[in-house]
Design a binder for this molecule. Structure first.
Ligand SMILES: [Cu+2]
Length: 120
């Protein structure tokens, strides 16, 4: 049942991405929606598949932020609340832990704005 729920959730997210296929295929990225605010990412931890594309959609709930995956060239600006969504497409090349952090100075707690995802 849990597996079915996860599948349904993925199908809904894929549909919202404009995908026409109702069934998940290997080409369709796993979509992760992240809410960003001083001074956290929500969710700040999640799991993905190594070697498969992921699409991370970042939405700010307050000011400008940034999103950088440490050790990669991924670094995007996240516009302030109501000004749009930043989208990152990324393929984790190998299993492991990928740390991400805010790359735009956004206040006193900026350096604590971190998270990580596990590729397995
Ligand atoms: Cu910041």
């Amino acid at each position: 049942m849990v597996v079915l729920m996860k599948y349904l959730l993925f199908a809904i997210l894929a549909a919202s991405a404009g995908a026409t296929a109702a069934r998940a295929t290997q080409q369709q990225p796993q979509v992760i929606e992240i809410y960003v605010e001083r001074f956290s990412f929500t969710p700040s931890e999640f799991r993905v598949k190594a070697g498969a594309p992921i699409e991370i959609r970042l939405r700010s709930d307050d000011t400008d932020h940034g999103f950088r995956i440490v050790g990669t060239d991924v670094n995007v600006a996240i516009p302030k609340r109501g000004k749009g969504v930043a989208t990152v497409t990324f393929v984790p090349p190998q299993p492991g832990k990928y740390v991400f952090e805010c790359s735009k100075l956004c206040g006193a707690g900026h350096s604590f704005m971190r998270g990580a995802f596990i590729a397995e």
